[in-house]
Design a binder for this molecule. Structure first.
Ligand SMILES: Cc1cc2nc3c(=O)[nH]c(=O)nc-3n(C[C@H](O)[C@H](O)[C@H](O)COP(=O)(O)O)c2cc1C
Length: 219
């Protein structure tokens, strides 16, 4: 994908497109079950380029994607997850603990692609605009890029699972990333075994959809 395309008239996003776009949002899922089919490198590179179209504070573009490929590093990530997941399970009791233990909370073993996504907190890009008042907005910019990646991946038939049950400092050590890079998300990527219109955690009765949420207040 090139950013040097000739200037074109702004596209019109008609009703059909908008309906399909809502389908994309509805059918995006957090995926933990992947087929073993390999994902072409080119597809991942295209998705990272699309993710880089995301908004960022001051146009700082602080996202850094690390493709985790070697078996020993992947094994370290899985060990990291297993330890954190066992500790998380300890925080629950009774039926909640039993349900937590049954949940599949990552596809780390199956996913053909692993991407650790970091925020480069030392970046000078953007000259600090917007960060003086809310330093955390640099991290939010990376979340926006991950969301763009997630949706674009889904549109191409790929599934993405976001894993946060990971010790971020241990992960950074495993990947030998620069000290100023903060882990924002660890993504498992691959072709999904199944498609669903509802989240797995709803299907497993962990957390229902909150219809009663006050989403919009007016003042
Ligand atoms: C910041 C973030 C961290 C997440 N971490 C995990 C995780 O560690 N394990 C997991 O199974 N799902 C994780 N998820 C996925 C959520 O469980 C999922 O988005 C939610 O249940 C709604 O399901 P859906 O994404 O299919 O709509 C995470 C999602 C977000 C946005």
């Amino acid at each position: 994908m090139s950013r040097d395309a000739p200037i074109q008239p702004a596209p019109v996003f008609d009703e059909t497109f908008n309906l399909r776009l809502v389908d994309l949002f509805r059918w995006r899922r957090d995926v933990r079950r992947f087929t073993p089919d390999p994902v072409p490198d080119r597809l991942i590179e295209d998705l990272v380029a699309i993710a880089a179209l995301a908004p960022s504070v001051g146009n700082s573009q602080p996202w850094r994607f690390v493709s985790v490929e070697t078996p020993d590093r992947r094994q370290a990530v899985i060990a990291n997850f297993n330890a954190c997941n066992a500790a998380a399970l300890n925080d629950y009791e009774g039926e909640r603990a039993a349900l937590y233990a049954r949940l599949k909370l990552s596809g780390l073993r199956e996913a053909p692609v692993h991407l650790a996504v970091f925020c480069d907190r030392a970046t000078q890009a953007g000259s600090g605009l917007g960060r003086k008042t809310m330093p955390e907005v640099l991290d939010y910019s990376v979340v926006a890029a991950i969301h763009a990646f997630w949706l674009a991946a889904r549109a191409r038939g790929l599934g993405v699972g976001w894993v946060s049950i990971i010790d971020p400092l241990e992960l950074a050590a495993s990947l030998e990333t620069p000290p100023d890079w903060k882990l924002i998300g660890y993504l498992c990527v691959g072709f999904p075994q199944e498609e669903h219109q509802d989240p797995e955690l709803e299907r497993q009765h962990w957390q229902a959809h909150l219809d009663e949420n006050d989403r919009l207040l007016r003042r």
